[in-house]
Design a binder for this molecule. Structure first.
Ligand SMILES: [Zn+2]
Ligand SMILES: [Zn+2]
Length: 226
């Protein structure tokens, strides 16, 4: 479930102009950038094709590979790549191509009723940025600055009320305000998993080499700074 985006009007309108320019610059043969879609751009009609893609992010965890959206778990990397998209929409010819996975400082604090997570991403871009949550999980994908992407995907310590939670994109940071479902005090923001990235089997390390770029996306979710 996507949290309501409260973006500054000025930022939104300037972004719209930028996207229009991109739409005209698509080259023939350009491949669709949506996860799981292998269609190439063959001219104007391609824009009317249905795109089957995974709106989520790739997750590699304890040898299992899956998309966060549909979670069909497999141990086989090529099988994972072949998984047909679970959602349909429009092809995306230019997005993400030049975006870099970036680390970004974030912290959190709490009040009696809320947990506030501040991600210090300067000049976040409201259109591609999304923050999703369910009562026990927060998944933020923040596009900011010079085409950087920061991903935060955590299992929360306490329960939240998603409908009363919100996210605000300001010039210097992204503030995610999570409404506590229970009035307890949180000791930590997220549940620490026993297995960390420093504790992998040789098999998984070999996987990492082969997986290249995709693995980097997962590495961006580094919780050791907490
Ligand atoms: Zn999917
Ligand atoms: Zn597509």
């Amino acid at each position: 479930q996507a949290l309501e985006k409260a973006a500054l009007t000025k930022e939104t309108s300037s972004k719209d102009t930028g996207e229009e320019k991109n739409a005209y610059g698509v080259k023939i043969g350009e491949n669709c950038k949506n996860n799981g879609c292998k269609v190439n751009y063959e001219g104007e009609p391609s824009n009317l094709d249905l795109c089957r893609y995974h709106p989520g992010i790739p997750i590699f965890h304890e040898g299992l590979k899956y998309w966060s959206c549909c979670q069909k778990k497999t141990t086989d990397f090529s099988e994972f790549l072949e998984q047909l998209g679970c959602s349909t929409g429009h092809h995306c010819w230019v997005k993400l191509e030049t975006k870099k996975v970036a680390a970004c400082r974030f912290d959190w604090h709490q009040t009696a009723t809320h947990v506030c997570v501040a991600v210090y991403a300067k000049l976040s871009d409201p259109a591609p940025t999304y923050v999703e949550a369910n009562p026990i999980r927060l998944n933020a994908n923040i596009v900011f600055g010079d085409e950087n992407v920061f991903t935060l995907d955590i299992e929360l310590t306490g329960l939240i009320d998603v409908d009363q939670s919100s996210v605000c994109l300001a010039a210097s940071k992204v503030e995610i305000k999570l409404r506590k479902a229970e009035p307890s005090s949180w000791r930590t923001l997220n549940v620490e998993r026993e297995q960390t990235s420093n504790n992998k089997t040789d098999d998984e390390k070999a996987d990492e080499k082969a997986e290249g770029g995709l693995e980097q996306m997962v590495d961006a979710v580094d919780l050791s700074d907490l």
